[in-house]
Design a protein around this ligand. Structure first.
Ligand code: ZN
Ligand code: ZN
Length: 361
C-alpha cells in the first residue's frame, strides 16, 4: 500500500477493505488502547488518539475518498494535519458505541456494549451500575414486584475545590512533535474530567463531615412483567454512580436477569416441555398422571392422546408461560419416555397378536 497511506496501516487494514472490516479493526483497537484501561500510559493514549483519528476519517465516505486520492502527503481534513485529528477521540469512541459514559469503562465495560446511558452528549454522565437478579421460572410465571433499598455513595457538592492538575481550567496542554514542528494540543484534564473542580472533603462540612462522600438511601420498586426472558433489562435512571464533578449527571442502575433451571420444565420461548417416564403397557392402555403447573396441577389420563409414541410431543394447549404484554399463554408439551419390556413368554405372543388385532384398528 506504500507509506503514503498510513491511516490504513494504523488500523491494520488494507486500502480495499470494506467499511465493516475497518469498523471491526477500530473496535478491537479502541478497546485495547482506551485510556481507562491503560491509566497513565501515554503511549496507549496516543495510540488511542491515532486510531480514533484514522477511523474518524476512513469512516466518513467523503473524507475517505479524498484521502484515498491524496494520501498522507496531500490530504487535509480541515484540521492542522490528518494525524492531529479535529475530533475528540472519546467522542468518536462514544459515537461508535452509541453513547455511554465518555470516561471510564473499567468494571462497567459491558455497559458500553449495552448502549445504555450517556444520552446527553454535552454533559458528562457518571458510570452506570449493573446488577443481575436471579429469578426462578415461578417468578417469571407470576411477575416480580420487589422493593429495593439502594445505598448511593454521594459525593459532597459543598466540598468542591479547584483542580490542582489543570488549575481549574478543565483542560491541559500537551506538546507533541510533528516532524520538525511542535504542536500544542488542548486535551480535557483527566483528574477533574474536564470540569475544573474536584471534590475534596473540607473539615467542618456539615453535609459530609469532612469525608467528601456520604451515603444516601433510595427506595425503588423493581417490576418485572410476566413472561420475560433473559434478554430482559430495565434501568433506574440516576441510581448508578453519583457525580464526582459539578457538571456530571448521575449514571443509571441497569437491571438484567438470569433465570434458574426449573426442576420440572424446560422452557422454549413461551412453551414448556415436561418429561414423563411411562411403562410400555401404560403407554398403550393409558395412565392417570398429575403434572405440577406452578400453583395448579393438571390431571389427565394419557389415553386422551391414544397409544403413545416415545419422544413425541403431546400438546396441552394454553398451559405454557405467560406471553409478555398479553393475557395469553404458550403451550405445554408432554414428552413420554417409554420403557420397553423384554418378551417373557414367547408362546403367548401369537395370542396377544390376535387380541391386539381385535383391540386396535
Ligand atoms: Zn483538572
Ligand atoms: Zn462536604
Amino acid at each position: 500500500m506504500g507509506d503514503n497511506y498510513k491511516l490504513y496501516s494504523i488500523l491494520g487494514v488494507e486500502k480495499n477493505d470494506s467499511i465493516e472490516t475497518i469498523k471491526k479493526a477500530y473496535k478491537k483497537l479502541a478497546f485495547t488502547y482506551h485510556p481507562d484501561k491503560n491509566k497513565g500510559n501515554i503511549e496507549a493514549e496516543n495510540k488511542f488518539k491515532e486510531i480514533s483519528n484514522a477511523y474518524n476519517i476512513l469512516n466518513n465516505e467523503e473524507e475517505k475518498q479524498k484521502y484515498d486520492m491524496c494520501g498522507d502527503k496531500n490530504y487535509n481534513n480541515g484540521s492542522d494535519n490528518n494525524m492531529g485529528g479535529s475530533r475528540n477521540p472519546h467522542d468518536i469512541f462514544e459515537a461508535f458505541f452509541g453513547g455511554g459514559g465518555a470516561r471510564g469503562f473499567g468494571n462497567h465495560f459491558e455497559q458500553e456494549m449495552f448502549g445504555f446511558g450517556g444520552q446527553n452528549k454535552k454533559q458528562n454522565k457518571a458510570q452506570s451500575f449493573h446488577r443481575v437478579f436471579s429469578l426462578t421460572l415461578d417468578d417469571i410465571y407470576n411477575g416480580v414486584k420487589k422493593d429495593l433499598t439502594i445505598i448511593l455513595k454521594k459525593y459532597c457538592c459543598e466540598c468542591h475545590t479547584s483542580c490542582p492538575d489543570c488549575g481549574g481550567k478543565g483542560i491541559i496542554h500537551q506538546i507533541r512533535n510533528m516532524g520538525i514542528m511542535q504542536t500544542v494540543f488542548q486535551i480535557p484534564c483527566n483528574k477533574c474530567e474536564g470540569q475544573g473542580s474536584i471534590i475534596k472533603g473540607k473539615s467542618g462540612c456539615t453535609v459530609c463531615k469532612g469525608d467528601g462522600v456520604f451515603n444516601k438511601e433510595k427506595k425503588a420498586t423493581l417490576i418485572i412483567p410476566k413472561g420475560v426472558d433473559e434478554s430482559y433489562r430495565t434501568a433506574f435512571p440516576e441510581l448508578g454512580e453519583q457525580p464526582k464533578t459539578k457538571n456530571t449527571i448521575p449514571g443509571d442502575l441497569i437491571i438484567t436477569i438470569e433465570i434458574a433451571e426449573h426442576k420440572d420444565f424446560n422452557r422454549k420461548g413461551n412453551d414448556l416441555y415436561y418429561n414423563y417416564d411411562i411403562s410400555f403397557i401404560n403407554s398403550i392402555i393409558g395412565e392417570n398422571i398429575t403434572i405440577p403447573y406452578f400453583k395448579e396441577s393438571i390431571k389427565i389420563n394419557t389415553v386422551i392422546f391414544g397409544v403413545l409414541s416415545n419422544g413425541k410431543n403431546y400438546l396441552i394447549e394454553g398451559k405454557g408461560m405467560p406471553i409478555l404484554n398479553t393475557s395469553n399463554k404458550g403451550n405445554m408439551y408432554i414428552v413420554f419416555n417409554i420403557s420397553y419390556p423384554k418378551i417373557k413368554n414367547t408362546e403367548k405372543v401369537e395370542e396377544l397378536h390376535k387380541l391386539l388385532k381385535e383391540v386396535f384398528i
